[in-house]
Design a protein around this ligand. Structure first.
Ligand SMILES: Cc1cc2nc3c(=O)[nH]c(=O)nc-3n(C[C@H](O)[C@H](O)[C@H](O)COP(=O)(O)OP(=O)(O)OC[C@H]3O[C@@H](n4cnc5c(N)ncnc54)[C@H](O)[C@@H]3O)c2cc1C
Length: 437
């Protein structure tokens, strides 16, 4: 048997067990073609990336009894603090794979969303108004890295879900009956994995997307976004603040999100402020202190500076290779739609892959994935995240006033509020996708 480098299987909690990849499990076969070790799986789905989207895809397939292998370049699941909002339909989907309960237990339920000026709220929306449309009529505020760990733990003993850490996908190729993926190990050795299909969920810089030559068109905003995680209690200065609050202000717009144990404040940072300055805890502390009385003395847990883009892949499918999540689309975080949209992508895709895998549907079924998900990404996610940003930042007093009046009118009318809630919870985008057939 070929002797090749070790992989690692995450078993949940803090436990990581190393195992030799020459034991690839059900239906995996090791062959050596020239100098490259190849692990060939006849009926396994390969997934690049163990972020929230790759892990949601893996759980969705494994839950249906379909074997998947996740190839992750890092040595463990990420602890990066990016997404913190889970929308109602996403929670419905996560419930179907048995992970919503634990996620909700580790998060914070936000029943309302608020739009306000620096002085006072002008619109409050209550997800209770759409409780007939979802089993989870609220936004859940919970860091994305908690989801990946909950999935890894829940499926840790399921032989259908394997994770190989230290497996950096370099490129993908396909034949009529399968895909092959070139993987680099931490020691620099190159290996190959073969499977039935490949889901590229390897983030915005996706090696899968690049290797199959799909363009990622769009633009980058000139300003960066600074996320400050602070122990400062904003309710001290805004007693009527909701756990999710967007502050429209012609001089300095921002938003405030509560997560368990702290608040996250997000500010746009002008292009002229250098990264080395803006990305420091001191800059974060100064930004809060300038704006909020009493914030200067509260501890800051971390500060992260992000460059923000609006880009969509030219297609989400090329034969046996699919793109999902940030590999397929990226947008600004206003509205919390990136990860949520990515999870919606893979639930859509994996339902179709399951049918084709079981020979219950023709492979043409898979065309619907690109048709539905790409269009709603353009029509909803891109459109609304851009609109959200423009509304909050508008420095034209008449435009600002008209945004505030319109939001107040929408919140005050139950039918309009329901429609608005369907849009911001992404239920409307899922309805539209289903209508596309
Ligand atoms: C400040 C901020 C706040 C946000 N808030 C929200 C929010 O509230 N709600 C929301 O829905 N979205 C939000 N987002 C967006 C959200 O974080 C992303 O959409 C989400 O992380 C995408 O998940 P993913 O799994 O597609 O990609 P990623 O999270 O980027 O995961 C990709 C994984 O692939 C791995 N990888 C990369 N390259 C390779 C390779 N070559 N081979 C193998 N593995 C590889 C990476 O190590 C990583 O583990 C926010 C983003 C930012 C910046």
């Amino acid at each position: 048997m070929a002797k090749i480098a070790s992989g690692s299987l995450y078993l949940g909690g803090t436990c990581e067990k190393h195992f030799p990849v020459e034991a690839p499990g059900a239906s995996g076969k090791i062959v050596r073609k020239s100098e490259v070790a190849v692990v060939a799986y006849a009926k396994r789905v390969l997934i690049a990336g163990a972020g929230p989207v790759g892990m949601a895809a893996a759980a969705t397939m494994a839950n249906q009894g379909i074997p998947v292998t996740v190839l992750e370049s890092a040595s463990a699941l990420s602890t990066e603090s990016r997404a913190s909002t889970f929308h109602p339909p996403t929670l419905d989907m996560l419930e179907a794979i048995g992970v919503a309960k634990d996620l909700i237990a580790q998060g914070l339920i936000a029943p309302t969303v608020q739009y306000r000026s620096s002085e006072a709220p002008f619109a409050n929306f209550d997800f209770g108004d759409i409780s007939d449309l979802t089993g989870h009529p609220y936004r859940l505020q919970c860091e994305q890295h908690k989801l990946t760990r909950i999935i890894a733990k829940r499926y840790g003993s399921d032989p259908n879900l394997r994770i190989e850490f230290g497996a950096e996908v370099l490129e993908a190729a396909q034949r009529d009956d399968g895909v092959s993926v070139k993987v680099r190990r931490p020691d620099g050795s190159i290996e190959q994995r073969e499977g039935l299909w490949l889901i590229g969920a390897d983030g915005a810089r996706s090696a899968v997307r690049k290797s199959i030559g799909i363009t990622f068109d769009g633009f980058t905003w000139p300003e960066r976004f600074l996320v400050i995680s602070t122990r400062f209690d904003f309710l001290r200065i805004f007693p009527d603040l909701a756990s999710v609050s967007y502050v429209a202000d012609p001089v300095q717009w921002y938003f405030l999100l509560k997560v368990p144990g702290m608040w996250r404040a997000m500010f746009p940072i002008a292009p002229e402020v250098p990264d080395e300055k803006a990305g420091t805890v001191q800059y974060g502390a100064d930004t809060l202190a300038r704006r909020f009385t009493g914030a200067a003395t509260s501890p800051i847990d971390h500060v992260t500076l992000y460059r923000v883009h609006q880009r969509v892949a030219a297609t989400f499918r090329s034969g046996r290779v699919f793109l999902a999540g940030d590999a397929a689309h990226i947008n600004n975080p206003l509205g919390g739609m990136g990860m949520n949209g990515g999870i919606h992508d893979v639930v859509n895709l994996c339902g179709r892959l399951t049918k084709v895998w079981r020979r219950e549907a023709d492979p043409s079924e898979l065309d619907r994935y690109d048709r539905q998900r790409r269009l709603v990404t353009l029509e909803y996610v891109q459109k609304h995240t851009i609109e959200n940003k423009r509304n909050l930042e508008s420095s034209d007093p008449r435009e600002q006033q008209s945004f505030r009046t319109e939001m107040a009118r929408t919140a005050a009318n139950r039918e309009l509020a329901r429609k608005y809630l369907m849009r911001i919870s992404m239920l409307a985008s899922l309805k539209r996708a289903a209508e596309l057939g």
